[in-house]
Design a protein around this ligand. Sequence first.
Ligand code: MG
Ligand code: FE
Length: 178
Amino acid sequence: MAQYDNAGKQDVQVERLLEWLRDAHAMEAQAESMLTKQAGRIEHYPDLKARIEQHITETQNQARLIEGCLQRYDASYSGIKDLGGKMVAFGQAMGGMLVNDEVVKGVQAGYVFEHLEIASYKILIAAAEAVGDMQTRDICERILQEEIAMATWLDDYMGRLTQEYLARSAAPDVEAKR
Ligand code: MG
Ligand code: FE
């Protein structure tokens, strides 16, 4: 970075940071609605349901923290207008719900989504550092740890879930899908 003369370019960089923060805010809103829908449908996988419910609380707090970062630049910022459209493609990928293996598909999609979040916060951390916004950097660093913890939990759980799902599927008069 030192090889560039950045004098007068800060505005461009801050603008980009703010855009990425708005994207992150929309991503968290998407995460909240996705996780809420998921948790609401799970009946026979209590560990998964409990972990998702914990992450819903974390996700709501993350959205507030990101909103706070944006409001330090623009006190009138409101996240409401960022919520449309951004994550439509991912929402479509989640359309696999309501199929016979929805709990397995849900964990698969959740794992992908957490990694999208991990990548987003790593990018935000680097960008915040580049413009000298250490408060935003620290907040994103904290959020990143929650996303990594959720991804790691899903990673550990996935195999167990698959086998439990298969065992339930093979048992007579036992529901497996949710
Ligand atoms: Mg999140
Ligand atoms: Fe997350």
